[in-house]
Design a protein around this ligand. Structure first.
Ligand code: PHB
Length: 363
């Protein structure tokens, strides 16, 4: 019987324990959307996690949706991330990069030449985003043409290659939280005809195409995927009309690829794991269909996390807010110590305050 604190090998990556730092947008990237010394310090402080999933990182200039988020498409960005991965490895940790395209969750002021965001659809999301001018409604998107999709898939391939060049142990394909890939998956957002719209198989095609090229590029044992069947992302996107059928198909198709892990956001991201208004969803059925490591996320505390591993509900538990406030979360989980209080006003943007200045027990 395994516990939260036991080592595990996921694909090609050996982890010291089953405690994962979830990907967390912090908006502290430097000019050119480059990582920096402060980010290296922040991640190295948290390197006792079995695995760090670095914050969502845009695969191309068009993939950006918020101010000061990092990228992984330019040589400067690769060099900058290398300092982060070196710092984490020197501290004994493992780190993968989350590959992100926001799709319609963006604003023209963040995009090349003031372009409209791109999506599966031309329908605008009611979401807000953070720009140089503060919080603003996202811009109306333009629906990608089918003949633009090969270049989009190539952007994912380049990002995966760049991530390995930057020293990451692997990548996580972000297919959650109503960003681009989920804008294709959901029938309530995707209003296309043609090979990427309509049937479940067509709506899942972009995700599967992306996973094909990313696994071909860096090896499936270094690739994970993040899904969120039941999130409305703060009531900004409707759920699919039949999440069970959609994700039964998606995971059945993903299973033979040999991915290192599947990262499941249970319920409403950052909210409840059991949303009252959501349709019933059998996570266990999906888990049974997936042969790799099963990672769960969303509001786990110590007791629930320990029980989830012991009972076989999951192989890995990802903690978000816990790792922001508590750099030595692994030790505190082990010892049953309280976590630091989260400074919500310092989550997005700014400097060291509320970022690298949270105390450890050793302090
Ligand atoms: C965010 O920047 O608010 C954000 C990014 C990625 C997510 C969720 C939220 O998956």
């Amino acid at each position: 019987m395994s516990t939260l604190f036991d080592p595990i090998k996921i694909g090609d990556i050996e982890l010291a324990n089953r405690i994962v730092m979830a990907p967390l947008t912090r908006n502290r990237a430097s000019a050119g959307n480059c990582a920096n010394e402060l980010m290296a310090e922040y991640y190295a402080q948290r390197a006792t996690a079995g695995l760090i999933i670095a914050e969502a990182c845009q695969i191309s200039p068009m993939a950006q949706g918020y101010l000061d988020t990092p990228g992984i498409y330019s040589p400067e960005q690769v060099a900058a991330w290398k300092k982060v991965t070196d710092a984490v490895h020197a501290a004994g940790g493992k780190i993968v990069l989350q590959l992100w395209h926001v799709g319609r969750i963006s604003h023209s002021s963040l995009l090349p030449d003031g372009a409209a965001p791109v999506s599966s659809t031309a329908q605008q999301s009611p979401a807000m985003t953070y720009t140089a001018a503060g919080f603003v409604p996202v811009s109306a998107p333009r629906a990608l043409r089918d003949d633009e999709i090969p270049a989009l898939i190539e952007d994912y391939r380049r990002a995966a290659r760049n991530a390995i060049a930057a020293g990451f142990d692997g990548v996580e394909v972000h297919a959650a939280n109503t960003y681009l890939i989920e804008q294709f998956l959901r029938d309530t957002i995707n209003d296309r005809t043609g090979p990427y719209g309509g049937s479940i198989a067509n709506r899942a095609r972009l995700l599967l195409d992306v996973l094909q090229v990313v696994t071909a590029e860096i090896g499936a044992g270094r690739v994970g995927v993040r899904l969120s069947p039941l999130t409305t992302f703060g009531n900004t996107a409707p759920l699919d009309s039949n999440p069970q059928a959609l994700y039964d198909y998606v995971v059945e198709q993903i299973a033979p690829l040999g991915l290192a892990y599947l990262h499941m956001i249970e319920g409403e991201t950052g909210g409840t794991r059991h949303p009252e208004n959501a349709p019933p969803f059998d996570y266990a059925a999906v888990q049974r269909a997936f042969p790799g490591a099963w990672m769960v996320n969303n509001g786990y505390g110590r007791d629930a996390a320990k029980a989830a591993i012991v009972e076989g509900h999951a192989d890995l538990i990802a903690f978000g807010k816990g790792f922001i406030s508590t750099p030595d979360l692994v030790r505190r989980l082990r010892e049953g110590a309280l976590w630091n209080e989260l400074r919500v006003d310092k989550l997005y943007g700014g400097g060291a305050e509320g970022y690298t200045d949270y105390p450890t027990l050793a302090d």
